[in-house]
Design a protein around this ligand. Structure first.
Ligand SMILES: [Zn+2]
Length: 440
């Protein structure tokens, strides 16, 4: 009862222009969230298919049915496990308001198991570290997660210490579903047409490749996949991956004199040349890095895979030059080893496009403000589905979900996090309808 009441209260305060309180959604974001995290949707690296794991269809099919039940239109699951749906606008002329998309991902990180997730609600949190019951070595510490200080009196949701929680990104899924539910319950909230998508395989970067931007039909979109309340991101890394190969010559070591060329030493020399001040372990904030993250060490052929990350293309070019100069240096020292470097683009900073759509960020900031949440802009030291979509013609910044500590057993969200994010989404839909009308 408390949850329904507080949700209604939130909506009432938010909708100050509304004459009376809004009807609550049929189900709270928290109740939806608790249902979704029980379904294992872990994705897997290096698979040929999308989705990378069949089990992601279990949540996709459930969501398509729930979308139909709450009254969304054209809910369907594509052959790649992407859930699409529409909610038509309720304006006199819906064509005057752009179709806005809302996107969240269904899969959870391959890094930690998402099987048999046992969500625990720590009611009325009073501060201090949170020890997870199934594995007391798993402790959410206030000094490592200072956002806890803002959650006094809130109900915090964690896993039990054996798995991740799956807040990333089932929070986003639950919040978007509850936004739709609330809008459908309250037709007097003015809205343009909305397009909805829930994607698989975000964590392994492949789901969005199968995204039907044209069929989705939105002019722009928001991914709801960020962290603590208020965090809005319109900037991500620009990203490349380098592969450096070292070709030597293998032979029987008993008769190798004068013949064997051991490529391993050249690879080791190359690794020893990495500048210490542009590595992930020595950088933060807006400073980019190079990161050797995998490799094969062998006499005949060794190879290294290296991530290059920067917010500016010029910075990325400079890092690529560092890696190429290092090739030249190692090559000079090992003239018999054939060294080659191949650099591929992964994705680009969405800011390159989003700078032309300032209203997407401005409206999100205002939507958060109306929900009593102070927004802040944070550049993501990573990529999102939106990074790719933005360059496929669908400008897509990222919004908060209320969650924290993604991809690990210490992941958490809170009741207020889920409710305030939902409220922000509802406000955002209204703001687009208002602002276009005002511009007429
Ligand atoms: Zn995510």
């Amino acid at each position: 009862m408390r949850s329904v009441f507080s949700f209604m209260l939130c909506l009432f305060i938010a909708a100050s222009s509304q004459a009376q309180a809004l009807k609550p959604p049929k189900e709270t974001a928290l109740d939806r969230f608790l249902r979704y995290v029980k379904i294992d949707t872990q994705s897997a690296e290096d698979q040929e298919t999308v989705p990378s794991t069949k089990k992601q269809f279990n949540l996709a099919n459930l969501l398509a049915n729930e979308l139909k039940e709450i009254g969304a239109q054209n809910a369907r699951v594509s052959e790649f496990g992407i859930v699409y749906a529409m909610l038509p606008g309720n304006l006199a002329d819906n064509s005057k308001v752009p179709v806005i998309g809302f996107i969240a991902h269904m899969d959870t990180s391959p890094a930690v198991s998402g099987e048999n997730v046992n969500a625990i609600i720590h009611k009325n949190y009073q501060g201090g570290d949170i020890v997870l019951p199934k594995d007391p070595t798993q402790i959410i510490k206030v000094d490592k997660s200072p956002v806890l200080k803002e959650l006094i009196g809130d109900d915090i949701i964690t896993a039990d210490g054996a798995t991740l929680l799956g807040s990333d990104d089932k929070s986003g899924v639950a919040e978007i579903m509850t936004m739709l539910d609330t809008l459908i319950q309250n037709p007097r909230i003015k809205r343009g047409t909305l397009a909805i998508a829930f994607t698989p395989d975000e964590e392994v970067g492949t789901g969005v490749e199968k995204f039907d931007v044209k069929g989705f039909g939105a002019k722009f979109a928001y991914t709801v996949d960020g962290e603590s309340l208020g965090e809005i991101s319109n900037e991500t890394w620009s990203a490349r991956t380098a592969t450096v190969t070292f070709k030597g010559k293998s032979t029987h070591p008993g008769t190798a004199k004068g013949i064997m060329i051991n490529a391993m030493y050249a690879a080791a020399d190359y690794l020893s040349r990495f500048p210490k001040d542009i590595l992930p372990e020595t950088t933060e904030g807006r400073v980019g890095f190079v990161h050797p993250y995998a490799g094969v060490i062998d006499v005949e052929e060794s190879s290294l895979k290296i991530l290059l990350r920067d917010f500016d293309l010029s910075g990325l070019d400079a890092k690529e030059k560092v890696l190429r100069d290092m090739v030249a240096q190692t090559q000079a020292k090992f003239p018999e080893v054939k060294i080659a470097i191949d650099v591929k683009e992964d994705y680009k900073n969405m800011k390159e496009v989003l700078k032309d759509y300032p209203e997407l960020t401005d409206n999100a900031i205002e939507a958060a403000r109306r929900a009593g949440v102070k927004a802040f802009i944070k550049a993501i030291r990573g990529g999102t589905d939106g990074s790719r979509l933005t360059f496929q013609g669908l400008p897509t910044p990222n919004l908060f979900t209320g969650g924290a500590n993604f991809h690990g057993k210490l992941e958490f969200n809170s009741r207020r996090g889920l409710e305030k994010t939902t409220e922000t989404l509802i406000n955002l839909v209204q703001i687009f309808a208002e602002r276009v009308k005002a511009a007429d």
